[in-house]
Write a protein that binds this ligand. Structure first.
Ligand SMILES: C[C@H](O)[C@H](O)[C@H]1CNC2=NC(N)=NC(=O)C2=N1
Length: 95
């Protein structure tokens, strides 16, 4: 998959509130009510990530979730990352 240019990434990020680009990846973070809420959302995201065969780099501490998306095979950000980012937004905002 084609690695997107910094210009393409910046343009695409305009339609993704709360996401930033740095170090060859796009990043966001969420704060939930508690651990159960966070892990419930992580589980839903995990199933969608598996279905897309595209997986987040993430870390969770209690109610906080930090997510970075990049395409390891392409050594940067591709359309796959934006597809998963939009899926994640859909899941989190459905709450
Ligand atoms: C073999 C398998 O298709 C690849 O390893 C997939 C799996 N999930 C992936 N996830 C991410 N984020 N980047 C990849 O390049 C990637 N590659």
């Amino acid at each position: 998959m084609k690695k997107l240019s910094e210009k393409e990434i910046t343009e695409k990020l305009e339609s993704l509130e709360g996401w930033t680009y740095s170090e060859n990846a796009i990043h966001t973070s969420f704060q939930f009510e508690n651990f159960k809420e966070a892990f419930t959302l992580m589980t839903r995201i995990a199933f969608e990530a598996e279905a897309q065969n595209h997986h987040p780099d993430w870390s969770n501490v209690y109610n906080e979730l930090e997510i970075s998306l990049s395409t390891h095979d392409s050594d940067g950000v591709t359309e796959k990352d934006f597809k998963l980012a939009k899926t994640i937004e859909g899941i989190v905002n459905a709450e």
